[in-house]
Design a protein around this ligand. Structure first.
Ligand SMILES: [Zn+2]
Ligand SMILES: [Zn+2]
Ligand SMILES: [Zn+2]
Length: 331
């Protein structure tokens, strides 16, 4: 994430609603990718999801014909606000979604809502099921996932305690809300790459045959777990479940690296931005930086921020993701 400053000079953040120093009201303008002081910009208005629910700090042009910002226009279903806690969960979902969208914009990837482009656009469903409220949603079960242009996130993934419980049950070493958004966007862009004719021939060679039975592969993964040698071949244990999941996991890590390296550059920890690096250079830079961040985390009694090692095989997969991103950028 880039570094932002208020008009008074103090540092403000991507999710800031006000400057803590001068108290001016702030908002994020996705057109200029900057934080702006509302009183300075009569041509911009706050998103109605910010005004009415406090879950968005993005702005839109007053003459856009919308009351929602461009980021909130990607929502098809929002959490049921009659359920206790859902407004807070929605806020966390929006924060992660906006962070995903900004990186996708930064990368120059095609990004349209399915309202504007019904064939190739993207939408989000934030859904509850019986686990949120058995009376409102009897016998229902929602899986976080991707299907035909729609990313579904189970609302309780925004509940830290619920998400950690699933993480422990599945023996995962990393499970974050932002990670879900980034992973699922990988499925969307892979479908877009195929539809656009830029899916590389090398996919099968690098990731394997994506035509193998998906349901059987996922069931086997949850029954038997990953192969013992997964760290040599995959970026995460879950990536070993199926080539399509391997792609989405690798894509998600690509976005983690890209955003983290951009943050490092904007905070003065690195003198190069990821936009000016080759994939190989990004991986080397990230290996150094992630070791340092992990050590800092351990110094204050926290777990590793990035508990992964990028093997040469995983690096090759990241290279292929980079190739696809470059081809999608020029569409
Ligand atoms: Zn200020
Ligand atoms: Zn909004
Ligand atoms: Zn997936």
């Amino acid at each position: 994430m880039k570094q932002f400053h208020c008009r008074c000079g103090s540092e403000v953040f991507f999710d800031s609603h006000r400057c803590l120093k001068c108290d001016v009201q702030l908002g994020f303008d996705p057109a200029s990718m900057t934080m702006v002081a509302l009183p300075d910009r009569g041509d911009l208005a706050r998103c109605s999801n910010g005004d009415e629910h406090g879950v968005c700090n993005w702005l839109h042009p007053v003459d856009s014909g919308h009351t929602l910002c461009v980021g909130c226009q990607f929502n098809r279903t929002i959490p049921n606000l009659a359920i206790d806690g859902n407004r807070e969960y929605w806020g966390a979902l929006e924060a992660s979604k906006k962070r995903l969208l900004v990186t996708l914009m930064d990368l120059g990837l095609p990004l349209q809502t399915r309202w504007d482009d019904p064939a190739q656009g993207l939408l989000f469903d934030f859904l509850d099921d019986a686990r949120s409220n058995p009376d409102l949603f009897p016998d229902s079960f929602v899986s976080t996932g991707y299907s035909e242009g729609v990313i579904t996130i189970h609302v309780l993934e925004a509940d830290d305690a619920a998400r950690t419980q699933i993480q422990v049950e599945l023996k995962e070493n990393f499970r974050t809300l932002l990670g879900h958004f980034r992973h699922e966007s990988g499925h969307y862009y892979w479908a877009l790459a195929r539809a656009s004719g830029v899916a590389p021939e090398a996919f099968a060679e690098v990731f394997g045959d994506e035509g193998i039975d998906y349901r059987a592969a996922i069931d086997r993964y949850y029954q038997e777990g990953p192969p013992a040698t997964w760290p040599e071949h995959f970026i995460s244990a879950y990536a070993s479940s199926h080539p399509a999941e391997d792609w989405a996991e690798t894509w998600g890590h690509y976005l983690h690296l890209y955003d983290a390296l951009e943050t490092a550059a904007s905070q003065g920890l690195s003198d190069r931005t990821p936009a000016d690096m080759t994939m190989a250079e990004r991986i080397v830079a990230w290996q150094g930086l992630s070791i340092a961040i992990n050590e800092v985390n351990r110094s204050i009694g926290r777990g590793d921020a990035y508990p992964f090692v990028i093997s040469p095989t995983a690096a090759k997969k990241l290279e292929l993701v980079d190739t696809v991103i470059r081809q999608l950028q020029t569409r």
